[in-house]
Design a protein. Structure first.
Ligand SMILES: O=c1ccn([C@@H]2O[C@H](COP(=O)(O)OP(=O)(O)O[C@H]3O[C@H](CO)[C@@H](O)[C@H](O)[C@H]3O)[C@@H](O)[C@H]2O)c(=O)[nH]1
Ligand SMILES: [Mn+2]
Length: 709
């Protein structure tokens, strides 16, 4: 009898759906009321030429509210149809029926990305349980990344096998070998000075060819090929997308598996069954053949209990799950299985197309073009040996000029247009009609290392924002390019990421304008007895409660809410602003796009502080200046404001304007501690606090001039 049990299930999260839609309608209605109130008010002051009410602050605050409303509206697309998925890998057909998979791991910089860690990622990928007979692993150990495995206590899994003396002895033996292996790698890295050189020939090496294709005790090992592409100083290498495209070509020629797993070098496989889980979608005949990729969330192994910098990016992953309820998750750069043909657009190629045409798209290698044919059987490495001819072809495919004047990076492979190649490639794939799936199993399939210090977070986030801004203002703007090619809701999701950086405008505005007005006795919000006061209070409460609901429903506590609010403000004031600036400079050609990899080398002192939940403000002044300046400004204004109110009794008119600085001060309390109270980590503190106070005085005096209008 044919097996009719489903390979996967998709469930609508009903409670979330009801809560989300209720929120959309009530909050949306309140926003309309706010817009009515503001337009009406502005209309009144223009009509009656009210000289006592300044125009500018009202307009600025209104514009801020409009931007916030616009972004809120975009983000509701993620909330529209929340779903979750489940897979049943045990129902997959036998191993002989499973398609093969190529695994790509990128690494760029051996100082920031220590080779030992890359090896860990690599070993964990080679130990994937796919198909089981490819790698025989005793004891069903789940954690197959050596570093994580030796750190963790497998006996915690409650399995007697793990406490047997035989197992422990074996584990110890392997651990010793692993330590030896680590030392050897460190030595090699030390002795190789030209590792990061930007000027070198391609280098290809099949690590386990005929001599070492079989491991000790006759275990067959997956084929492992090391590819270092050619790099030249004045030749654009297109960062990670460029690296992935070289791997696509080389693997197409050598093994040509129909599926590909992409991993960052800092992300190891935590569950060896991920490939089987992904196959539950690809091999499901009920799912459209347009299924292009299966994305797993990025989870991290180095997140502390409090996660004071929101390094886990909790708010991102529910978004990917949300858009999965529309037509599929976005691409997140790592931890995804993708069909090879998706990246080639081969289905668009006509049967009778001639070779010259194909070369224009795919580059000059005829051997590679042969691999595009459906029935192509790669004969390279059939006898697991790298012959001279073969090597020559691979080097050609890995040369730096191979993809010039072809469609690589534009319509073929990972796209080059933006440094957020994952987001941009995903956008293109969805616009080409592919769909995708998001799977978030209880045991994370992949674990990466998160950035856990302020400077790193700043650099990383600013890079993302710059990349997104480039897309936002280009012809690929999801609001224009999207709706013609995919659904409106899906376009809104992509647009939310692209335009999110706009948030820095309203945040700056709301951290300065109401405060200055408070000092000058100008009231910008309805007083407590005005019915519209309820509208403003409702909007604030509704957005905070929704945030709290999301935090709690993803298994976190109220403290996570406070931290996320804090870090969100911090990112808005710095990363979003600098990122937007960088993006714009790149577009007008005053700055070159760059992809500075994050630093994965562990700094013991910093990571200890993070684990203890202590903010480390030893970051660049560029990052701290906006935060400190605005904190001091809000603090000063709040104190003066309270004193003034008792004096002139304006409490009712000024309630909201007092509340805004108060909220900012409380949420960002650690900044206060860092500037004024803390005894440890004082480096540079005095200088930064002083400079920020000076900046604050400048804002206060210039602001007063502006307010006259
Ligand atoms: O010129 C480069 C720069 C980076 N990388 C590799 O790209 C990966 C990601 O780099 P990382 O420094 O870890 O950046 P993150 O900001 O942490 O990466 C996130 O953001 C990237 C850009 O959006 C995505 O590609 C990643 O998958 C996603 O994890 C690493 O394996 C790097 O070795 C390259 O291959 N070439
Ligand atoms: Mn990373």
């Amino acid at each position: 009898m044919e097996n009719t049990l489903p390979l996967n299930l998709c469930r609508v999260k009903k409670t979330n759906l009801i809560i989300n839609r209720l929120h959309i309608f009530t909050h949306g209605f309140a926003l309309l009321a706010l817009i009515y109130y503001r337009t009406n008010f502005l209309f009144q002051i223009t009509k009656f030429r009210d000289k006592n009410t300044p125009f500018l602050p009202h307009v600025l605050v209104f514009l801020s509210e409009l931007i916030l409303s616009f972004l809120w509206l975009l983000s509701q697309a993620f909330q529209w149809n929340p779903i979750s998925r489940k897979v049943f890998p045990e129902r997959l057909p036998g191993n002989d029926k499973l398609p093969s998979i190529d695994v790509f791991i990128c690494t760029a910089n051996p100082i920031k990305e220590p080779s030992v860690d890359v090896m860990n990622t690599l070993i964990s990928a080679m130990a994937l349980d796919y198909p089981a007979d490819k790698l025989h692993v005793k004891y069903e150990v789940k954690t197959r990344c050596p570093e994580a495995y030796f750190l963790a206590d497998e006996s915690e899994e409650g399995n007697e096998k793990f406490s047997s003396t035989e197992f422990i002895a074996e584990k110890k033996k392997i651990e010793e070998k692993y330590e030896e292996f680590k030392c050897r790698i460190l030595k090699i890295v030390e002795n190789t000075s030209s590792f990061t050189s930007r000027d070198h020939d391609p280098l290809i090496q099949a690590i386990n060819d005929e001599n070492c294709g079989v491991g000790p005790d006759e275990t067959e090992m997956p084929l492992l090929v090391y590819v270092s592409r050619e790099k030249r100083p004045f030749h654009p290498h297109h960062f990670k997308a460029g690296a992935l495209n070289v791997l696509l070509r080389v693997s197409g020629y050598i093994s040509n598996s129909p599926y590909i797993l992409v991993l960052d070098c800092d992300m190891y496989c935590n569950d060896p069954t991920s490939a089987r889980q992904a196959m539950c979608f690809f091999l499901d005949s009920k799912i459209s053949p347009k299924l292009g990729f299966v994305q797993f969330p990025q989870k991290f192994h180095n997140i502390s209990e409090n996660d004071i910098y929101d390094s886990q990016l909790r708010f991102v992953w529910p978004k990917l799950e949300g858009v999965d309820g529309l037509r599929g998750s976005m691409l997140a750069g790592t931890g995804f299985y993708i069909k090879r043909e998706v990246l080639y657009r081969t289905s668009d190629i006509q049967e009778d197309v001639d070779l010259v045409q194909l070369q224009k798209s795919f580059g000059p290698s005829n051997e590679f073009i042969k691999s595009l044919q459906r029935n192509y059987k790669p004969n390279a490495l059939k006898d697991k040996e790298v012959s001279g001819v073969l090597l020559k072809e691979i080097k050609f495919l890995a040369s730096c000029s191979y993809d010039s004047n072809t469609k690589w990076g534009k319509e073929v492979g990972f796209r080059y247009f933006s440094v957020v190649e994952d987001y941009f490639t995903g956008l293109n794939l969805h616009c080409n009609g592919w769909i995708s799936v998001y799977l978030d199993p209880a045991r994370p399939c992949f674990l990466g290392s998160a950035t856990t210090n302020l400077n790193e977070i700043f650099v990383q986030y600013t890079r993302w924002v710059a990349g997104l801004v480039e897309v936002a203002v280009s012809r690929f703007s999801p609001l224009i390019y999207g709706p013609l090619r995919m659904s409106i809701l899906q376009s809104m999701c992509y647009a939310k990421f692209a335009y999110d950086s706009l948030i820095f405008l309203p945040i700056y505005c709301l951290a300065i304008i109401p405060q200055l007005c408070l000092l000058h006795g100008i009231h910008l919000y309805p007083k407590v007895s005005n019915p519209f006061f309820i509208v403003f209070s409702f909007l604030f409460l509704s957005s905070q409660l929704k945030h709290i609901q999301e935090v709690i429903s993803t298994g976190h506590s109220i403290r996570t809410w406070a931290i996320e609010q804090r870090i969100w403000m911090l990112r808005s004031l710095t990363c979003y602003m600098y990122g937007t600036l960088n993006g714009i400079l790149e577009i007008i050609g005053l700055r070159e796009a760059s992809f500075l990899p994050t630093n994965k080398a562990v700094n013991d002192e910093q990571s200890k502080l993070y684990q203890m939940g202590i903010y480390d403000f030893r970051a660049s002044f560029l990052l701290l200046a906006p935060l400190c300046t605005l904190y001091i400004l809000n603090l000063v204004v709040f104190i003066i404001g309270v004193a003034k109110i008792f004096h002139v009794q304006q409490a009712s008119e000024m309630f909201i304007q007092l509340f805004i600085p108060l909220f900012g001060i409380l949420i960002n309390y650690p900044l206060f501690e860092g500037m004024f109270l803390r005894k440890v980590l004082p480096s540079q503190r005095g200088r930064h606090t002083l400079l920020s106070s000076a900046l604050c005085i400048v804002i206060l005096s210039c602001g007063s001039l502006v307010l006259i209008y």
